[in-house]
Design a protein around this ligand. Sequence first.
Ligand code: ZN
Length: 168
Amino acid sequence: MFSGKTEELIRRLRRAKIAQLQVEIFKPASDTRYHDEDIVSHNQNTIRSTPVHSAVEILLLAGDCDVIGLDEAQFFDQSIVDVCNSLANQGKRVIVAGLDMDFKGLPFGPMPDLMAIAEYVTKVHAICVSCGGVAQYSYRTAANQDIVMLGESDTYEARCRACFPLLS
Ligand code: ZN
């Protein structure tokens, strides 16, 4: 949530642009918390992106770009795994940002498989709002138990393992 995933994605994509590489950025069309065509991070550091309704759309739209960025990848369906492999097999660099765990502390959507097939995985962490420790969990402060609560980003808090209540 507040770990700087999108900032890190944007940083890497900006570097690719500086290197004169063709960069394309995609995110699930269902993620409409902010502007439709911008990836907006918490510090308002924005970069243009294309919302897609399904993972396979990315294959059609990727064209002859060199670097593909994906944001909020946890909201794509499982087919995003084959799409990423296919793009990487074409020689493209694929940089994926997403939440690894849902608010229950369980692996989120296609993220475990994406992490398995990736050459490199970087975990960025937030700061626990309870104790100031390193936070890896998104604790939901609202009672709703749906996995996806878009537009409600302020109902989550970063929590560390010790401060994250077990919800089994
Ligand atoms: Zn804590």
